[in-house]
Ligand binder design. Structure first.
Ligand SMILES: NC(=O)c1ccc[n+]([C@@H]2O[C@H](COP(=O)([O-])OP(=O)(O)OC[C@H]3O[C@@H](n4cnc5c(N)ncnc54)[C@H](O)[C@@H]3O)[C@@H](O)[C@H]2O)c1
Length: 251
């Protein structure tokens, strides 16, 4: 198994790509924390346990620094370590039709950028003490380009996640900590935009540009995160892995 005996936190694991990552990491031998504001995370953790894996649900908001402290303390007490953090929790940039909303700007930056910072800040001391760890930040193709109908705060937050990945990789590499980002392209719609973006007809304009001709599956993002979190990526740090079916290559 690729993550045997590793202790992994996956934020935003009550839904979508995070839930797929939690399931996959557990199948690969990790003890997984399903961390999410939504109570539905309990069902994901229960499903993993029923399938023979190890998982626990932590109801938490990634923007709450005290909640991060509590989570790390629980893991250190229970397992003695934290090997992997996937900063996956995020909110959609297309949920609010007002592209110039300051309220949306604050929320996007707080959850999608500050949440990633707080996650790294909280686990790094434990990773340093144990001699290493792996962090995967789930950014987006929105870190590289602008898109119509997406609040620029979303792009800014994902670009922040992208470049913070490089800062952390540089600053903590000597501690054996690897930090990388993945950049999913068009995936199943996020919670905040499921009503408007999920219908097949709403997806067509996005899909038209994708060389592989379809949207991604959540498992395809999960496999990218698995690789970067695993020891197979032991000499990979500070890099970005785009998971977009060729979207970005298609000018
Ligand atoms: N769906 C896409 O097309 C797409 C594309 C590229 C990148 N992404 C990014 O991938 C990640 C996962 O997205 P998804 O598609 O699975 O979306 P999703 O909406 O299905 O899942 C996001 C999860 O994050 C949780 N979350 C939101 N705010 C939180 C907070 N403050 N604290 C804790 N948990 C919180 C939600 O409750 C939810 O369970 C996000 O960071 C998103 O920005 C999504």
């Amino acid at each position: 198994m690729r993550l045997e005996n590793k202790v992994a936190i996956v934020t935003g694991a009550a839904s979508g790509m995070g839930a797929a990552m939690a399931r996959l990491f557990a199948r690969e031998g990790a003890k997984v924390v399903v961390a999410d504001v939504l109570p539905e995370g309990a069902a994901i953790a229960a499903e993993i346990v029923t399938a023979g894996g190890t998982a626990l649900f932590q109801k938490m908001d990634v923007t709450d620094e005290a909640a991060w402290k509590d989570l790390v303390a629980i893991l250190v007490e229970r397992f003695g370590r934290v090997d992997i953090l996937v900063n996956n929790a995020g909110v959609s940039g297309a949920a609010d039709p007002d592209m110039m909303s300051s309220v949306s700007w604050d929320r996007l930056i707080t959850v999608n950028a500050k949440g990633v910072f707080l996650g790294m800040k909280s686990v790094i001391p434990t990773m340093q003490a144990q001699g290493g760890g792996a962090i995967v930040n789930v950014s987006s193709i929105a870190a590289f380009v602008g898109q119509a109908g997406v609040h620029m705060g979303y792009n800014a937050s994902k670009a922040a996640s992208h470049v913070m990945t490089k800062s952390a990789a540089v600053q903590f590499g000597r501690d054996g900590i690897r930090v990388n980002s993945i950049h999913p392209g068009v995936m199943p719609a996020m919670i905040g935009t499921r009503a408007t973006n999920a219908p097949p007809e709403a997806r067509l304009p996005f899909i038209a540009r994708i060389p592989l001709g379809r949207e991604g599956r959540v498992e395809e993002a999960a496999y990218a995160a698995l690789f970067l979190a695993s020891d197979e990526a032991s000499y990979i740090s500070g890099t970005d892995l785009v998971v977009d079916g060729g979207w970005q290559a298609n000018a």
